[in-house]
Design a binder for this molecule. Sequence first.
Ligand code: HEC
Length: 91
Amino acid sequence: MKYVLGTVVVFLAMLACLAGATDIRALVLQRCQGCHDLAKNCDVASSDRAWWKGMVERMVAYQPELLTPVEVDAVSRYLAQESRRKELCQQ
Ligand code: HEC
């Protein structure tokens, strides 16, 4: 019984993660193409989280209402993952 519960909890946590990632992807698609296209993100090869955070903060400095501080964290964490960037840039 313990095993079953554990599996369910892990499964739900994974679902929550997936849902979160999808939201962030939508957020980037929605907010980050106003001044330039996605190529700007797709051209970057770095997966350095600190670099991405500074970069996203710079975008917000250009347009302060672009993202909340929580969204800045989520977006920079998202973009610092190569697999996420690939997924984003596939279209
Ligand atoms: C208000 C206009 C504006 C918006 C909105 C905007 N950007 Fe930018 N972005 C720029 C400008 C201008 C540059 C080139 C100058 C620079 O790098 O600061 C740029 C450059 C970039 C670069 C290249 C940085 C480098 O050093 O190679 C990336 C990556 C990027 N933007 C990502 C994003 C993301 C992600 C978002 C959404 C959170 C976003 N941008 C939203 C204006 C914008």
